[in-house]
Design a protein around this ligand. Structure first.
Ligand code: CA
Length: 237
């Protein structure tokens, strides 16, 4: 058996597919089976918003024509909301006039794919968009003076080595790869500790405090911000 690394939970990206056509959802489920992604599904905008709040996906595949709120309306809403504005969106559109109209619309989508598409092509597009938005290139992540070598499991702040406890390390890894987005306690528990484990939400505060204390040694604790009434955000802006 392969040794289990502590980064396993956070390295698999969650992709949310918002699509009312059952056949397309089934096709994507099949295509995602051996991919580095976990597929989350929603049939409409309402379901999608719940999943986004609960699971904070890394990317959203959004169908244009949905029953009720359209994909464009949902995209515009997501780009306004603090929780979701940094989540990249790939719009799925039908061939024809919609395809042209989407270009002119400032919906906030990062890319769009025209139906019918091949799952292989879509996965390639997902990877391309994620590469563009994620600072995780190779094994070293660098952000805000912090440098994390995930392969060697070493951490440096302004070139000086820093030791962290395993949970603080995982938490910092998650923040470095999900910067500028606000996560509430339950989302952090889910993404950093892993789902299915019952831990009280204030445990998150305890580990945030420890992480800040460690980072304060090199005056970079301000990168972890408390967003009142919402949660935490790692920000270098
Ligand atoms: Ca549709």
């Amino acid at each position: 058996m392969m040794p289990k690394t502590i980064l396993e939970n956070t390295s698999k990206k969650n992709i949310l597919l918002v699509e009312d056509e059952h056949a397309i959802r089934e096709m994507m489920k099949f295509a995602f089976h051996n991919s580095p992604f976990t597929l989350l599904e929603a049939e409409d905008a309402e379901q999608a918003q719940l999943i986004i709040l609960e699971q904070a996906p890394d990317l959203i595949l959004l169908d244009w024509m949905l029953p009720g709120m359209t994909g464009i309306e949902l995209a515009q809403r997501l780009k306004k909301d603090e929780y979701s504005k940094e989540i990249p969106i790939i719009m799925l559109t039908a061939r024809g006039e919609e395809h042209d109209r989407i270009r002119g619309l400032d919906s906030g989508a990062d890319d769009y794919v025209t139906k019918p598409f091949s799952p292989k092509e879509l996965i390639a597009r997902i990877k391309a968009v994620l590469r563009r938005v994620s600072p995780d290139v190779g094994n070293v992540i660098e952000l805000g003076g912090i440098s994390m070598d995930t392969a060697k499991h070493r951490l440096f702040v302004h070139e000086q080595a820093l030791e962290l406890g395993p949970t603080e390390y995982k938490l910092l890894y998650f923040f470095l790869t999900h910067a500028e987005r606000v996560y509430n306690r339950s989302q952090l528990l889910d993404r950093v500790w892993g789902g299915g484990v019952y831990i009280e939400e204030r445990t998150v505060d305890v580990h945030i405090r420890r992480l800040r204390k460690a980072l304060s040694k090199y005056q970079v604790d301000h990168l972890i911000q408390t967003v009142r009434g919402a949660g935490y955000r790692f920000s270098v802006e």
